[in-house]
Design a protein around this ligand. Structure first.
Ligand SMILES: [Mg+2]
Length: 318
């Protein structure tokens, strides 16, 4: 066993690294939710109508996009990822700061295109970009720090799922590397609606793949889940995959879907689907159920037979 100090990020994996970084961080009484959910939640004043959401996120060339990715798509993605996390709390975005690091040889046109992509999305969701900074760096990277809000005490956390709740997902899953990860629209309207009508007991956005993000949700809620593999809405890109099983496997591990995964009490589930269809064009599908078998995800086929899941989603450092 290697000593703590000698372990590399690659050996620890993203979650191992994060767990070590967040343990015992300084806190304050006005922090409602600290590290470990989609956003942090803070309360500015005791009588405020809103709680505030804080979220930061980097996108890095060679990791989240390539040299060939158009600048506007890079800017869009950088802000959309942060807004997607706010959507997962049922919140709205308000302000953003943007830091850019870039090699000196980067063209100004590329930076201006990134700016254009950021601005267009920000304008659409009424987010003000209020500052930031630039620095020389080895890789082109865009870091967005966003502030959003949610009515006081109403942030939808990952921790509220209860045994028997149905699991729902928006949109379709898998095959995001074909371009969706650069173009997706954060599900802010859907997230706010789910929070406002008190449909969702727990919610998370899908960034690392259904299997991994569902694991986060059941861990936070101290429950388990049953996943109905044949019910998972497949994207056209993975539908073409040769076998049903391979397609389902990809849909749960591909990552970067930026859809919402949420749980809804059984009694409300049918009503939710009816109400949803009247408001949103995107599909909303139930794909499983919360169980009391703590931390276990059971994959079931159409006949209820258990299928072993390879739960590896996207993982930084590996
Ligand atoms: Mg998230």
């Amino acid at each position: 066993m290697k000593k703590f100090r000698q372990q590399t990020l690659g050996e620890l994996g993203e979650l191992g690294v994060i767990r070590r970084l967040v343990h015992g961080l300084p806190a304050r009484a006005d922090v409602v939710v600290g590290p470990g959910d989609d956003c942090a939640v803070v309360r500015i004043a005791d009588k405020a109508r809103y709680d505030y959401l804080l979220k930061s996120d980097p996108v890095v060339e060679g990791v989240h996009f390539t040299r060939e990715t158009p600048g506007a798509a890079v800017g869009h993605k950088a802000l959309a990822r942060v807004l997607s996390d706010m959507a997962a709390m049922g919140g709205e975005g308000l302000w953003a700061l943007v830091d850019i690091t870039a090699p000196a040889g980067t063209s100004l046109a590329r930076l201006m295109a990134i700016r254009a992509g950021l601005s267009k999305l920000a304008r659409r969701w009424r987010v003000a970009i209020v500052g930031g900074d630039v620095s020389r760096g080895r890789d082109l990277a865009v870091h967005v720090f966003g502030v959003g809000r949610v009515p006081r005490g109403q942030a939808v956390l990952r921790s509220g799922a209860r045994k028997g709740d149905y699991l729902f997902v928006t949109g379709t899953l898998g095959g995001s590397e074909r371009g969706k990860h650069l173009k997706f629209e954060p599900r802010l309207a859907e997230g706010q609606w789910l929070r406002n009508r008190h449909w969702a007991t727990a919610m998370i956005d899908l960034s690392d793949g259904l299997a991994t993000d569902l694991k986060h949700l059941i861990r936070s809620s101290r429950v388990g889940a049953e996943l109905w593999l044949n019910a998972i809405p497949l994207s056209p890109a993975v539908k073409k995959t040769t076998s049903w099983r391979k397609a389902a496997q990809r849909a749960i591990t591909d990552g970067e879907d930026y859809e919402l995964l949420f749980s809804v009490p059984t009694a409300k589930s049918a009503e939710l689907l009816r109400a949803w269809k009247k408001v949103f064009a995107a599909p909303c599908t139930y794909i499983g159920r919360i169980t009391s078998q703590r931390y276990v995800i059971a994959g079931l086929d159409a006949r209820g037979r258990r299928i072993p899941l390879k739960a590896a989603g996207y993982e930084h450092f590996r």
